[in-house]
Every structure is written in C-alpha cells, then in structure tokens.
Write a new protein. Structure first.
Length: 191
C-alpha cells in the first residue's frame, strides 16, 4: 500500500469542497421532503433523513483518511449552508458542523486512522448524531416534546446516521473506488 502524507493536497481540499457543495444542494432538496415527513409523522418521521445531511463529511474521511478531514469538510459545508440562507438559521449551520467534526475527529483519532470497515463507518455515522441533537433540542425547542417523542426522534436519527451516513459512506466510497477515480486518495490504493 502506498504511503500518503498527513498534510492535505490540493486534490484533497477540492474533493472536500465538492462534497460540501453537493451537500448544500442536497439540503435544498431535502427540505420539502422533511416538511412532508413532518406532516405525515411529526418529529420522529422527519428524523429519518438525518444521515443524509451528514454523509458528505464522513464520505470525505473514508476516501482521504487524514486527520482533520472532518474539520475541514464540515467547516466548508457549514459555511456554504450558512451562505444559502437556511431556514433554521446561520448559527445552526456552524454548531451542527462543529458537533459532527468533533465526534468524527475524536473517534478516528482513537482508532489511529487505521480502521475503515463497515462496522466502524456505521459506528461513527451513528455517534455523530447525539451531540448535535442535544444542541438542536435546546436551539429549536425540542425539549417541549414529550419524553417518548424526544427519545423516538433521537433513536431514529441515530439509526439514520448509522445507515444513511455510515453505511452509505462506505458503499459510495467503495463504488467510487471501483471506477478508478480515487487512485490518488488513500481509499483508492487501500487493500
């Protein structure tokens, strides 16, 4: 396996920025879906899409595999979202990005940037959800929900993080690897 430097290349930064930009576009299209889900099943139903909002940063980490990838990718993503004038407020963009980056960076550091299997990706995808949920509950008044609804929404969001962020990052990354497009990234040369 080829050894990669720990510093970021221009290609790394371009990939992180592209994924963050794609996420910003995806977020625009997810908003009406969330409104529909809220109408159909309230806060628990709308929690189903949570993993899709955060998949871009974990996918970048899976491909690049360098310390700081989540910090940069989620930082770019939060900035782009803030510039689009989100309905949930600019502060939420940055607080959410900070929550996701702290959890992802901490977990991959604990794993010494060496474990990238489906189980690890699913663990990180699910683990990124609770910290932001605590902040969001206070920022958006989720604390007014009943305990059952609050717990149900958190569980559904964690499950969404596990599958629509963690597992989806692994599946998308592996599919991209098969195309040969990632041969200049750590994932592209891994065994």
């Amino acid at each position: 396996m080829q050894s990669f430097p720990r510093r970021f290349t221009t290609q790394d930064i371009v990939l992180m920025a592209m994924l963050a930009a794609v996420n910003a576009v995806l977020t625009v299209y997810l908003s009406p879906v969330n409104k529909l889900l809220t109408g159909l099943g309230g806060p628990v139903a709308t929690s189903v899409t949570t993993g899709l909002y955060i998949v871009y940063g974990l996918l970048a980490y899976y491909i690049i595999r360098k310390p700081g990838t989540a910090a940069i990718t989620y930082g770019i993503g939060g900035t782009i979202q803030a510039l689009t004038g989100p309905v949930y407020g600019i502060a939420a963009c940055f607080v959410a990005a900070a929550c996701y980056m702290v959890v992802a960076e901490t977990l991959f550091a604990l794993l010494r940037y060496k474990k990238w299997g489906a189980g690890v990706m699913m663990l990180v995808g699910g683990a990124m959800v609770p910290l932001w949920f605590v902040f969001a509950a206070n920022m958006f008044g989720y604390t007014a929900w009943s305990t059952g609804v609050l717990a149900g929404a958190l569980v559904v969001r964690i499950i969404s993080g596990i599958f629509l962020c963690g597992l989806l990052s692994k599946v998308l990354g592996d599919a991209l690897k098969k195309t040969g497009l990632l041969r200049r990234f750590a994932l592209g040369v891994s065994g």
